[in-house]
Design a protein around this ligand. Structure first.
Ligand code: ATP
Ligand code: MG
Length: 223
C-alpha cells in the first residue's frame, strides 16, 4: 500500500505485526500473576464481606500493578528504554523480589554499589522473570540465588545464578525463543520477554556455560 511499502503483506508490516505480537505475549505473561491474586482476593472478599478490607486493599494494589505492567510494556513498544535513568542495581533487584513470597528463595547479592542506565519498570520485570524461573525450576526446594554486578571494561555485567537443576540440555540453544518450555504449566514466554527488554537497553542476555545450576548474564553497555 502506498509508496512506503508498508502494506499489510509487506515485510515491514509483517515485522511490525510480529513485534506487536511479541509485546502482547509479554503483557499476557506478566499479567497472569496479578490477575490470579485479584480473583483470589475477590473470592475471599465475597466470602466475608464484613471483613473484606484487607482483601480489597490487595485487589487495589494488584490492579495498580497490572496498570504498571501495561504502562511499562507500552513503553517497550514505543522504544522508551532509550530514555532510561541511572539506577543502582540494588534498587532493581529489591523491587524484582517484591512480588515473590519471602520463603521462595534465599537471595545473596554482591553488587559493588554499581549503577546502570535502565528503565526501572522494565528491568525489574526482566530480573523478576529470572528469579521466577529459578524458583520454579528448583521446586519444591527454595533455591539459593546469587546476583552479582561487576564492571568489565566499559560494561556493567549483572549475573543471576541459582543452584537448581540447570537448564535442560535440549533447549539451551533455543531458550530465548518464544514458546520454548520444559516446565509443566509453562508457556515459554518469560525469557523471550527478558531478552527483548535487554535488547531495548542495548544490553545482551545470555545463558552462561557450565556449572550445576543456571546462570544468566546481562551485559549493559557503557554509560
Ligand atoms: N533458572 C532455570 N533453571 C532451570 N531451567 C530454567 C531456568 N530458567 C529457565 N529454564 C528453562 O527454560 C524454559 C523457558 O523459560 P521461560 O521463562 O521462557 O518459559 P517458562 O517459564 O517455561 O514459561 P512462562 O515463563 O511463559 O510461564 C523453562 O521452561 C525451563 O525449562
Ligand atoms: Mg518463565
Amino acid at each position: 500500500m502506498g509508496a512506503t511499502g508498508a502494506g499489510a503483506g509487506s515485510p515491514d508490516a509483517q515485522a511490525r505485526l510480529s513485534a506487536i505480537g511479541e509485546i502482547a505475549a509479554g503483557v499476557a505473561h506478566e499479567l497472569r500473576n496479578v490477575l490470579q491474586v485479584i480473583s483470589a482476593n475477590a473470592y475471599l472478599a465475597r466470602q466475608s464481606p464484613e471483613a473484606a478490607g484487607p482483601y480489597l486493599a490487595k485487589i487495589e494494589k494488584n490492579a495498580r500493578a497490572a496498570q504498571q505492567i501495561v504502562d511499562d510494556l507500552m513503553a517497550l513498544a514505543r522504544g522508551e528504554p532509550a530514555l532510561a535513568e541511572t539506577l543502582p542495581v540494588a534498587q532493581l533487584t529489591s523491587s524484582a523480589r517484591e512480588e515473590l513470597s519471602l520463603d521462595a528463595a534465599v537471595f545473596e547479592d554482591d553488587l559493588e554499589g554499581l549503577e546502570v542506565r535502565a528503565h526501572h519498570g522494565l528491568c525489574v520485570r526482566l530480573l523478576h522473570v529470572l528469579y521466577e524461573n529459578a524458583i520454579q525450576a528448583s521446586k519444591p526446594r527454595p533455591p539459593r540465588i546469587v546476583t552479582r554486578a561487576r564492571r568489565e571494561g566499559a560494561h556493567v555485567v549483572v549475573s543471576v545464578t541459582d543452584d537448581g537443576p540447570g537448564v535442560p540440555a535440549d533447549i539451551r540453544d533455543t531458550l530465548f525463543d518464544p514458546l520454548v518450555t520444559r516446565r509443566g504449566g509453562g508457556t515459554g514466554l518469560g525469557l523471550a520477554l527478558a531478552r527483548r527488554i535487554a535488547e531495548a537497553h542495548g544490553a545482551t542476555l545470555t545463558l552462561a556455560d557450565g556449572g550445576g545450576g543456571a546462570s544468566f548474564v546481562l551485559t549493559f553497555p557503557s554509560r
